[in-house]
Design a protein around this ligand. Structure first.
Ligand SMILES: Nc1nc2c(c(=O)[nH]1)N[C@H]1C(S)=C(S)[C@@H](COP(=O)(O)O)O[C@H]1N2
Ligand SMILES: [Mo]
Length: 521
């Protein structure tokens, strides 16, 4: 084996040991301090909005997996170079490892929720990685001090490759990093106490129940999503590389800020003891393209946010309140700002604890998340909520607003064709065309389709559940042979019809009509 290859292998093993040790130390310090998580989080926050939008478009919810693979690939390349250098200059190799450790440590401490102890995993990992590299590079050059009585192969000149020593050290490093890394990563991604706290939750019956979803709301046409989106298939959009696992027993929510006459601090049990409401609400992401999948409808249980804010003494700006922005902060340092006026205007804005009959899943914000019907998720739906601060739009820009998204973002009236699928080949005859439309808090009034740019034809809207939920629709199309374009548009109850004008998702949500092209035989 050439020296270059041996050096590269040593570099990879040193990096692997260093990451494994860092993961193990992070078990004690906290999962947010793992260098992969910290560097990944920093990269996510620093990603320009165009790139993030592109990544969501191309990789969807696996955008974070792609990012992690990218980070690992970059690290592997760096480690190979450091390993090759270390064969000639062991000190230079060690400095290379130290640089990596420093990057991880700085990234961890500078996270929004970072504290100085978050540097430990990266630093301890770097020390371990440096030791491994020193040892392996020594065997390659034969400079390692052989154990007494370790004669080496007969006839081998001093200063030659210590094959046996290298193989033993390399195998040990490989085995340790594989086992330690797996165990550490697993322990960091499941917090047993948090899981137990969720398992122990018994959601009380809501005082104000939602009632049955009208039978006619779900058209049950093949190829369509059910009216209520199951938790397992509900879209997920957030910046969390590892899902925060919050222990409900130690969770606290603070409500404070401008115009708050009685600051509140609430426990999870405090929330459960309050009168609960149950509501069907359709949530939508501003990053949803025309025809896109980032929309879902669930039955939520929670506390009316307006009641809590009134108890804290908050008045809407229209009644002279000094705060016009409610900033929600999560345990992972995310901030989302909603208009106080909207939250207090009588709609069912809530702090949700339940989703489709179970405590919130960790991925959707356990123990508590915020929801405001009619606003895009990034200005309303804070998951893993821990702090509500009353402030003004003039004084504070929330996370996405600092990244070129609009400070205020009501959901735009939209519609989507779910069946037939784009480029489907169909048999001539009666073909059901169907999909969903949404105009949260306004209500969908009507949906129209047209074929090949012809007249707009009235589709049959399904029974409405509430104005805060999406509405399915269908149209029976007499399909004739040939290639056809089907388009859809919705009109909400304010009388406004979707514009044809195409706009991308930045800065406040996409516009334009969804269309699919199909072939009829
Ligand atoms: N803590 C936190 N809350 C968050 C986000 C986030 O990145 N972090 N993303 C928001 C966005 S952009 C959307 S669209 C919704 C998505 O909620 P879901 O993942 O439950 O569908 O959560 C919102 N709440
Ligand atoms: Mo979003």
């Amino acid at each position: 084996m050439g020296e270059l290859l041996l050096g590269a292998v040593s570099g990879e093993l040193a990096a692997a040991v260093s990451l494994a040790v860092a993961e193990l130390v992070a078990v004690a310090v906290g999962p947010q301090a793992s260098p992969v998580t910290a560097i990944g989080g920093t990269a996510i926050d620093a990603t320009p909005v165009e790139v993030k939008d592109w990544a969501i478009r191309h990789f969807g919810t696996s955008d974070k997996l792609v990012l992690q693979l990218g980070i690992v690939a970059a690290l592997a390349l760096f480690a190979a170079v450091v390993g090759v250098v270390a064969v000639r200059h062991r000190v230079a190799g060690v400095i290379g490892v130290a640089v990596f450790g420093a990057v991880g440590a700085v990234a961890a401490v500078r996270r929004p929720v970072g504290v100085w102890t978050d540097a430990f995993p990266s630093l301890v990992g770097a020390v371990a990685g440096a030791a491994v590299l020193w040892l392996l590079a020594g065997r390659i050059r034969g400079k390692g001090s052989p154990a007494p009585g370790d004669a080496g192969a007969p006839g081998e000149p001093a200063g030659a490759f210590d094959r046996r020593g290298f193989l033993i050290a390399a195998s040990a490093a490989a085995a340790f990093s594989a086992i330690g890394g797996t165990v550490g990563r697993r322990l960091n991604s499941t917090d047993a106490a948090a899981v137990a706290s969720r398992d122990a939750v018994k959601l009380p019956a809501p005082l104000s129940a939602a009632g049955r979803v009208p039978a006619g709301a779900d058209l049950r046409i093949p190829g369509m999503m059910p009216f209520t989106t199951p938790n397992a298939s509900f879209y997920r959009v957030d910046t969390a590389l590892t899902v925060p696992q919050v222990n409900a027993d130690s969770w606290r929510l603070r409500i404070h800020g401008k115009g708050v006459t009685k600051p509140l601090e609430l426990t999870y049990q405090d929330l459960l003891r309050r009168p609960l409401i149950e509501r069907d609400i359709t949530l939508t992401c501003v990053s949803n393209e025309v025809g896109g999948p980032y929309v879902g409808n669930a039955r939520w249980i929670g506390v009316r946010l307006a009641d809590l804010l009134k108890e804290a003494g908050v008045k809407p700006p229209s009644a002279g309140g000094p705060a016009d922005q409610l900033v929600a902060r999560s345990v992972d340092g995310m901030t989302l700002g909603s208009p106080v006026e909207t939250v207090l205007d009588g709609r069912d804005a809530m702090l949700a604890v339940g989703m489709n009959g179970v405590p919130l899943p960790f991925t959707h914000g356990f123990p508590v998340r915020m929801l405001v019907p009619g606003l895009y998720g990034y200005v309303s739906a804070c998951k893993w909520l821990t702090d509500l601060e009353l402030t003004t739009f003039a004084d504070y820009d929330a996370y996405w607003v600092r990244r070129s998204w609009s400070p205020q973002a009501p959901i735009k009236t939209s519609s989507r064709i779910d069946t037939p699928r784009p480029f489907a080949s169909l048999k001539a005859g009666t073909v059901p065309v169907a999909g969903v439309a949404w105009a949260q808090h306004k209500g969908v009034d009507r949906v129209e389709v047209r074929i090949d740019g012809g007249e707009w034809l009235a589709a049959r809207p399904a029974t409405e559940d509430t104005a805060d939920t999406w509405r399915q629709w269908s149209y029976l199309w007499d399909a004739k042979p040939g290639s056809h374009r089907i388009e859809v548009r919705a009109t909400d109850r304010t009388g406004s019809t979707q514009t044809e004008k195409r706009q991308g998702t930045v800065p406040d949500g996409s516009t334009g009509w969804h269309s699919v092209v199909v072939t009829v035989e």
